[in-house]
Design a protein around this ligand. Structure first.
Ligand code: 5GP
Length: 192
């Protein structure tokens, strides 16, 4: 998606450790008009799928998922990061290794909001090693629901998450796929 790639080139900052900061339009201040165009594009790419729910993870996936959901006319559920989990049978839970915070989170979704009747599109801001998406797939399958696909704003193609998830037969659509980034020169190249 050209608009997103142009914005990454213009406003993204490459940090050490393969981290891209996009705080001015995606992760802190949010460019809602850009999100709207991204939502439109997700709808175009997944228009053949019977999606009735979008699942994301707090916090940074929520804004993108909500704007995208307006194009699908479906509700958004977000997986919550839990401090401690009380497994009373009402919650689905899984563990996710955080790429940016280098720690493992328990994440939960209420069984009230994810069940066998659901056909789910996962949406998130970044795809790196794929741990967040793996965890969301685990929650969906734990609920007996169907994974219809994964929509990502920025995939870091030099990390293996996208390849690994596609190899499982899951459709992953990333609006911008980064081939390489250099934290010294700030140069960013794209695969797509
Ligand atoms: P993964 O689980 O695929 O390794 O990482 C995905 C999650 O980590 C995303 O939900 C995103 O919040 C965060 N993340 C991974 N890489 C980056 C990055 O380069 N920049 C930012 N801002 N977040 C990232």
């Amino acid at each position: 998606m050209e608009l997103l790639k142009e914005r990454i080139i213009r406003d993204g900052n490459v940090k050490k450790g393969g981290v891209l900061k996009v705080d001015s339009f995606l992760n802190h201040q949010m460019d809602v008009e850009l999100f709207n165009r991204m939502g439109e594009e997700f709808k175009r790419r997944f228009s053949d799928r019977p999606i009735n729910k979008i699942l994301t993870i707090e916090a940074s996936g929520i804004g993108i998922a909500c704007i995208a959901a307006q194009h699908f006319n479906v509700p958004v559920v977000f997986a919550k990061k839990a401090q401690s989990i009380n497994l009373d049978g009402e919650m689905l839970s899984t563990k996710i290794q955080s790429f940016t915070h280098q720690r493992v989170y328990d994440v939960i979704v209420s069984k009230k909001f994810l069940g066998p009747e659901d056909h789910v599109l996962i949406i998130d801001d970044f795809l790196a090693n794929g741990c967040a998406v793996d965890g969301l797939i685990d929650l969906i399958r734990g609920a007996g629901a169907t994974v219809e696909g994964v929509g990502i704003a920025i995939e870091k193609g030099f990390q293996d998450g996208g390849k690994r998830i596609r190899e499982k037969g899951i459709r992953v659509e990333s609006l911008a796929v980064i081939a390489s980034m250099d934290d010294e020169t700030g140069e960013i190249t794209f695969c797509n």
